[in-house]
Design a binder for this molecule. Structure first.
Ligand SMILES: [Zn+2]
Length: 277
């Protein structure tokens, strides 16, 4: 555009400013129209926005936050965090007093993932203290570890069996497996042991239970060993010849008696250090 005088240039500038102003007004109207058409934010989502609500002194915040949720719901959230990562739980607990207070609930402790926790926390009183808290809360894995170590490493028969029994009642298959094998080795409790073994087998937990026991036995000492009973199956030779003895399978042995005997031999061999894989 070519302009001859300053007056003409000023007129053009005024026209351009007017056009820009008009466009902004249209744009603003469009934005408002869009906002009206959209679904309004729920109060909870609004509270998560970066804009802080204005409150006066002495008045409660009208917008709900995570702290306005019931403690049971916060505990459920923390329990899910704990089940995924104990490190994340510790970080959340350190973030505020409310989380720190609620995190001491037994419900949360029972759900803590102990996957990365050492079987025996050598030299760490904090870890030992935390594991003890988990055990007292009824944590199945903590009870299982306590039961195996108590029974086989320290010879605390009654205490070890109690821990394994409580863990098994809480649904820990590894505890049912170990307890079942122990009971199978005793004449009077053979039937209970068989029931536990069948339960683990039905849940297809034989392989995992073997691995869990091996992981503990490989890093602990053994004071107690089990005396294997002879196989009561009159057809054991045929069963052995037909299928062989599987090393790491859940369901290849159909015969109940032969299956129980196989697990007894496995655990006894593991405790004597014969099996180290
Ligand atoms: Zn058999």
């Amino acid at each position: 555009m070519y302009m001859k005088t300053s007056k003409e240039r000023a007129n053009v500038v005024c026209e351009v400013k007017g056009m820009v102003k008009e466009q902004k007004m249209h744009a603003g109207a469009g934005f408002l129209n869009t906002l009206k058409a959209s679904t309004p934010l729920r109060p909870f989502l609004f509270a998560l926005s970066t804009r802080k609500p204005r409150t006066r002194k002495g008045k409660t915040n009208p917008f709900p936050t995570i702290f306005s949720l019931p403690n049971e719901l916060i505990a459920e959230v923390l329990a899910r965090v704990a089940a995924i990562s104990v490190s994340d739980l510790f970080n959340v607990v350190l973030s505020c007093k409310v989380f720190h207070r609620i995190a001491g609930d037994d419900y949360i402790l029972r759900h803590v993932s102990l996957e990365k926790f050492p079987v025996i926390p050598w030299g760490s009183t904090e870890q030992a203290f935390f594991l003890d808290k988990c055990k007292r809360s009824g944590h199945p894995e903590a009870l299982y570890r306590e039961g195996v170590i108590g029974y086989f490493s320290f010879g605390k028969v009654e205490e070890g069996l109690n821990c394994l029994n409580n863990a098994a009642k809480a649904g820990h298959l590894g505890a049912s497996y170990v307890l079942g094998v122990i009971l199978l080795c005793v004449e009077e409790t053979e039937e209970e042991g068989r029931q536990l073994f069948n339960h683990v087998k039905a849940e297809r937990g034989i392989r995992e239970s073997r691995k869990k026991l091996k992981d503990i036995v490989s890093v602990t000492w053994r004071k107690m060993v089990l005396k294997p009973k002879s196989n009561s199956c009159p057809m054991q030779e045929q069963h052995r010849r037909r299928g062989g003895w599987p090393d790491d399978s859940d369901d290849e042995v159909d015969c109940e008696a032969c299956g129980c005997h196989l697990e007894i031999i496995f655990v006894c061999s593991l405790l004597r250090g014969i099996i180290t894989y």
